[in-house]
Design a binder for this molecule. Sequence first.
Ligand code: NDP
Ligand code: HSE
Length: 434
Amino acid sequence: MATKNSINVGIIGFGTVGTGTARILLENADIIKRRLGVPVILKKISDLDVKRDRGIKLGDVKITTDAKDIITDPEIDIVIELIGGYKPAKEFILEAIKNKKHVVTANKALLAVHGEEIYAAAEKAGVTVGYEASVAGGIPILKSLREGLAANRIESIYGIVNGTCNYILTLMTNEGRKFDEVLKEAQAKGYAEADPTFDIEGIDSAHKLAVLTMLAFGTPVRFEDIYTEGISKITPIDIEFAKDLGYKIKLLAITKMVNNEIEARVHPTMIPGDFPVATVDGVFNALFVKGNAVGNTLFYGRGAGDMPTGSAVVADVMDIGRDIISGSGNRMPVAAFRERSQLKIRKMDDITSCYYLRFSAIDKPGVLSKISGVLGKHNISIESMIQKGRKEEQAVPLVMMTHEALERNVRVALDEINKMDCVGGPTMVIRMEQ
Ligand code: NDP
Ligand code: HSE
């Protein structure tokens, strides 16, 4: 066993997650030392703003505005990147790796787009990159996929992985509150990304799905191959219809193996109210993972915030610390598989799903048969239908739920229907999972 009296770390980025991470390292130092056998010492923190009070007693921790001061410090074993974004985060991480430092990051945006380059650089340098905090905040889902479920062929993952969206949808559903107002609240609580369109347009969920898919199936993933649709078009009407039908609308990140191809998609999804993830509310995240040996498993916890995310960051630090202490570097490949394969991500047009379709139909005789005629022509079979209210010669919501249909057929049919005179606006489409 190599002798090492401490694991020394530096944090770049003293924002929400950086503050939580520092707090855990300092306030839980005793339990961390007891678990590891040696202390984890927070030597330095760098941030652009070194004056703001973060409410933590930092003791001997050195504060600097220069990240390089951490990346080049020969005493630092692990560089923790918590600034987010692509630039300069990528350069900092690659430089740290080049300097033979292990890295821990929560930066899913960076990993989703440049992960392969970073994993390859780390493998080459013989160091580790820990990224548990990049998906579902405090839930140890990546460790579970890599280790606890390592014996399984993963069949599917259905995840609520964006706390901000789940918070917004929950308050819109339970309290009938407005989208903008709830988004502001999520931002104030530190859940939202620096650019909240990443959250509400599903991009943040897609970043996380890229990491999950890569780890679950042992394949590189091109971020642009993931179909991404957010929640900004969801209206109170759809939330009400979903309730009436016994469903809930959640922003789901879905990855599954279908005939040796991967479906990887993020979109608002109607799920039955009794499906386990339907009851996951507020900022909480949940992932429903099916493995061929284990069957169904469910992971639940806080997906955002300073302390839950800091919990995952520090767990990675401790894992790497154990490897440093025992001299067993590179025990776990950074991308979890020693032998990876190149799997195809199925085009969205080729997936099948059941659909909730809300037409804005002019209330007059013959309209229903026109719409259902087009659906039938494109091989889309209607499972049930609701029309609420009567306003002769005016547009009213007409909802149809379909049996399983091919996405391509649904798009072609809706293009045709949306152009019809008896339809007063674009049709709302929400995919359903049973
Ligand atoms: P914040 O914006 O709160 O913190 C980032 C900090 O980094 C800011 O204080 C920023 O300073 C500082 N910073 C920016 N550039 C530099 C630089 N060149 N050198 C040193 N410091 C710099 O972000 P979060 O803490 O919310 O997020 C950090 C990362 O964690 C992101 O990748 C995010 O996606 C991820 N994450 C966040 C979660 C959350 O709940 N917030 C949950 C899971 C992951 P300034 O403000 O002055 O620009
Ligand atoms: N903005 C993200 C969310 C932070 O709301 O889930 C956690 O990754």
